[in-house]
Design a protein around this ligand. Structure first.
Ligand code: ADP
Length: 964
């Protein structure tokens, strides 16, 4: 809820405009006899006239006028109502009749009247329950309505009601309204404020919500709640009988003294403000013209008070008590202002003016309004913000911008959209770590130990990272290259980035770039448009709070492009050590030095990284793991981590290495260890259930023991000795610890194996060969199948192939055709012209995946050679290599990943191009031992290695269908 202050601070014109608005009292259109009436009117009434100066009536006077009008039983008529209404107004005999809500039809007097008390509210009031803000008589506030009961009240009283009476509500403060009307009415605060609903704004979509502008009339006390649904209605007793003070206070003299004292403080407070501001001058006049009894309520709502204090003032029914309670509040405000002025004395002239204006800003909302705590806090926040700007260590240029912006902010009304925008901007500026950094603790030996402890294997990566750190140790302000770890998912790229931050003692922040296709994501939006915000880099800096964190730019290869610009281009500036010391985010619009930030990028492939970006990074390949490495990683890191996450101990679960191998080979097919990790998670969850159940059963058994004695328990335990989780499923006894995860348990938990070795089955016919492919997800084996049929020499290729792959297929056929005689390759009719009356179909399975690249050349040749010779390719051989028309085999990339894939698939022989021999050094020793490598310089060698007994001419006779 936000109390809306009546703003005397507005210009004369706007005040005038508002004064004409319904419900605010009509502007003093001087009519004949008005001055005479003014002279006749009692003091407080005269003040009402006085309040309506050239600049329009202060709203609080309007409130008063209305209050009095109601009190005297005057009929309120809608402005511009039909003749009857107008005559009614005439009958009222007042120059300034109060005006009813503009949308209500002319109404008869519906307010109960009393000739004794000046203000008489109805005996029965519908209750509006509020919880934030306290409405005091004589002030106005805006309150939002969204609970069921309050909504009902608004609908049936304000939106449907046609009488003046229907616009009078009892506002009960400090009482949260239950969201649904099914709930009981909460305990109601004893005293409330009768209020006039001046305005209802709202909508029914997407859900009903209204905002009420309500004006406090007088206090009342609940005598009895008459009904609770659909909205509460209570019989009330009016408490403010303003002209009958003797009833509520001891003597007039005593009150006179108190009110005099109060008045003096009020005058002192107002005079501390800048009288040249019209609103302040008006307030000063109002102090004289308003009845003294009204001042405590009105001033309490103006000065800085908490809701609790306002509530106490509301509860102070006795006027004497009210004066007594308000005086200390006034004194506090005066002291506060004095202090503020003192602390700002040293400031320059224009700053002084700001000091003068600031309290005035507050006062400008004064007459007859409540000022909400929020607003006060806002003002205080701005003072704080200003102080922060002054004390912050931002560069001069940024400082200048901030000073300029805060000056603008102070002059802006809070309701302006730009206010929030500017404030957010300034808050970001002071929060940014312009000069805050952590001290690097660089100890290469410690870094090595930490990296080794956190990660198994990945020697090459660790070596390069250590080199990088060592150079940093020697040269502090290294403008080094940006490291980019490239490798399949789940191989620990992100995790190494985090370790680097840990070794350096720096903050770590990950920026996920996958799918980012708007350059404003990197560089921020310009502040000219609503909803603008800084980019991810500046946001990241704000989050970590230091200017030298480690930023991990995750998935740089997955940056998109769209109409909103190219984020990769924006990254260029961020990553270029030559430029990033004055990186300018569009939102900040001032340069920020990024040179202390250590950027590490990760990607699955370099193919999709824009060349300009690639140029600024040093690529470090992180290949997939071998089975043995995976087993080690699993047992050293993944399993302990999962056990900890699931609250298990090694005494409760045991996963032998064979089981891990089973999971690796039969439940996962990946280069990294992410899904392996997930599988362990699944196992731990299943075991956790068993362990928890076991504890439960144990507890039960203990109870049983107590009943049955020791003997019974031993007997039961002897019978049941569960071996693995699968055996324990339905046992009445807790499983024996540790729970052993064997193959059966695996099947129970993870289901039947997902991958089976299918290699030998698939190679049981001629015309199939195994190639090795590289994908961003690691290496893979790929079956190439060929078949021939009668036709006209056409080649059909299927399996979503790229252009390069298609070219390889054509090359392979041409080479085979030209060497058909040499190898005795014939078509179905025995002719050496292989395509004579023959069509060939080549298929690369997994048709949904697009495949491209030259490395399938040797595989296609082998596959077709098998087809035309009718011989089977060895079922344990896989190959990779690009071919030329002359039959040479050219080197290809990704050898390590491909070899690992062959190893995973259980193959024994791998044919690679001769010039890739050097890449074999990267292959872990155990894999090299398991595999035999054939390095081929030409296709002859490939074919010889791919077929049992070679493929030379001499071996040809009698070898048709040798394996069949
Ligand atoms: P990436 O960023 O390459 O996709 P992550 O860094 O997210 O992979 O690694 C996935 C999980 O595998 C992490 O929990 C990580 O700790 C673990 N992991 C990967 N490689 C290793 C390794 N060599 N040693 C220990 N844990 C590893």
């Amino acid at each position: 809820m936000k109390a809306v202050s009546r703003r005397l601070s507005l210009s004369a014109a706007s005040t005038r405009g508002r004064a004409r608005r319904p419900g605010l009292g009509r502007k003093g259109k001087s009519r004949p006899g008005a001055s005479a009436r003014r002279a006749r009117a009692p003091a407080w009434e005269r003040s009402r006239f006085a309040g309506r100066g050239r600049q329009g009536a202060a709203r609080s006077c309007g409130v008063w006028a209305r209050g009095r009008a109601v009190a005297r039983g005057r009929k309120w008529r809608r402005a511009g109502a039909p003749a009857a209404g107008r005559s009614g107004r005439r009958r009222s005999g007042r120059a300034e009749p109060a005006v009813l809500l503009s949308d209500a039809p002319p109404a008869r007097t519906a307010v109960a009247m009393s000739s004794v008390s000046p203000i008489q509210i109805p005996r029965r009031l519908p209750l509006l329950l509020t919880n934030e803000g306290v409405l005091l008589p004589g002030s106005t506030m805006r309150t939002s309505v969204d609970s069921a009961r309050n909504l009902q009240l608004v609908r049936s009283r304000l939106l449907k009601g046609t009488s003046l009476q229907s616009t009078i509500l009892g506002v009960i403060p400090n009482t949260p309204d239950p969201a649904s009307d099914a709930q009981d009415l909460p305990p109601l605060h004893r005293i409330g404020t009768a209020a006039l609903a001046v305005q209802v704004v709202g909508s029914n979509w997407p859900k009903p919500h209204y905002t009420l502008l309500i004006t406090g009339l007088c206090r009342f006390q609940i005598v009895q709640v008459l009904k609770e649904k659909p909205y509460p209605v209570a019989e009330v007793e009016q408490l403010d009988r303003l002209e009958e003070f003797p009833n509520t206070c001891k003597t007039r003299e005593e009150l006179g003294e108190l009110s005099e004292q109060f008045y003096k403080y009020a005058v002192q407070l107002v005079e501390m403000l800048d009288m040249s501001v019209p609103a302040v001058a008006k307030l000063r006049r109002l102090l004289d013209s308003l009845p003294r009894e009204a001042l405590p309520d009105i001033l309490t709502s103006i000065i800085r008070t908490s809701n609790k204090e306002k509530l106490q003032i509301l509860d102070a029914v006795s006027l004497e008590e009210r004066f007594k309670m308000t005086i200390p509040l006034l004194v506090r405000q005066i002291e506060g202002l004095k202090l503020l002025q003192k602390t700002r004395k040293h400031k320059q002239d224009d700053d002084k003016r700001v000091i003068a204006i600031r309290p005035i800003r507050r006062i400008t909302h004064i007459p007859g309004t409540l000022e909400d705590d929020d607003e006060d806090e806002d003002n205080d926040d701005i003072v704080m913000l200003e102080r922060k700007i002054r004390t912050s260590s931002m560069p001069e240029q940024a400082h200048k911008v901030c000073v300029k912006e805060i000056k603008r902010l102070k002059k802006m009304p809070q309701s302006m959209p730009e206010y929030a925008l500017t404030r957010n901007y300034l808050e970001l500026m002071v929060e940014l770590p312009w000069n805050k950094s952590t001290t690097d603790r660089l100890d290469i030996r410690a870094a090595r130990i930490l990296l080794d402890n956190d990660h198994y294997a990945m020697e090459k990566l660790k070596k390069r990272v250590l080199e990088y750190l060592a150079v940093r140790q020697l040269k502090n302000n290294l403008k080094g290259p940006i490291l980019c770890f490239v490798g399949p998912p789940g191989v620990g790229k992100t995790s190494v980035g985090r370790s680097v931050a840990k070794t350096l003692g720096r903050e770590f922040h990950r920026i996920a770039l996958g799918g980012v296709c708007d350059q404003s994501d990197i560089r921020g939006h310009r502040r000219t448009y609503v909803g603008s915000m800084p980019g991810r880099i500046i946001n990241g800096l704000k989050t970590v709070g230091v200017n030298n964190p480690v930023f991990l730019l995750d998935e740089v290869d997955k940056l998109g492009k769209s109409l909103q610009g190219d984020p990769a281009a924006a990254l260029l500036e961020v990553l270029d050590p030559e430029q990033n010391h004055n990186f300018t985010d569009h939102y900040l619009n001032v340069a920020f030095d990024l040179s202390q930030v250590l950027f590490i990028a990760t990607a699955n492939t370099t193919a999709t990284i824009p060349p300009a970006l690639l140029d600024r990074m040093e690529i470090i390949q992180v290949p997939g793991y071998t089975q043995e490495e995976k087993i080690e990683i699993a047992h050293r890191h993944l399993i302990p981590k999962q056990l900890e996450q699931h609250g298990l101990t090694p005494q409760q679960i045991q996963i032998p290495q064979v089981t891990t191998l089973d999971i690796i080979t039969r439940y996962t097919r990946e280069a990294g260890v992410r899904s392996l990790d997930r599988k362990f998670g699944a196992i731990c969850r299943a075991v956790a259930v068993k362990v928890a159940e076991g504890q439960h059963k144990e507890a039960k058994l203990d109870r049983y023991d107590v009943a049955e004695g020791e003997g019974g328990r031993e007997h039961i335990l002897e019978d049941a000795k569960p071996e693995s989780i699968s055996d324990t499923t339905d046992l009445a006894l807790p499983p024996e610890m540790p729970i052993l995860i064997d193959f059966h348990a695996l099947k129970d938990i993870l289901g039947p194996p997902m991958y089976e070795m299918e290699v030998s089955e698939r190679l049981s016919q001629p015309g199939v060969a195994i190639g090795l492919a590289w994908t961003p997800l690691g290496g893979e084996i790929m079956f190439v199948e060929a078949s021939r049929m009668d036709g006209e020499g056409q080649l059909t290729l299927t399996g979503q192939l790229g252009d390069v792959m298609k070219e390889s297929a054509h090359l392979a056929i041409s080479w085979l055709r030209s060497n058909a005689k040499k190898y005795h390759l014939t078509n179905a009719s025995g002719s050496f012209d292989l395509l004579d009356n023959t069509d060939i179909h080549l298929h690369f399975p997994a048709g949904a995946v697009t495949k491209d690249g030259p490395s399938a050349g040797v595989t296609i040749v082998t596959c077709l050679a098998s087809l035309f010779s009718g011989r089977l390719v060895r079922s344990d051989v896989a190959m990779t290599g690009e071919i030329t028309l002359r039959g040479l085999v050219l080197p290809v990339g990704g050898i390590k990943d491909k070899v690992l894939a062959a190893h995973r698939a259980g193959l024994k022989r791998v044919i690679i191009p001769q010039r890739n021999e050097k890449d074999l050094e990267e292959i872990p020793g155990n894999v090299r031992q398991d595999l035999s490598f054939v390095t081929a310089g030409c296709l002859d060698e490939v074919l010889n290695a791919a077929f049992d007994g070679g493929f030379t001419v001499s071996t040809r006779p009698g070898l048709l269908n040798s394996k069949l």
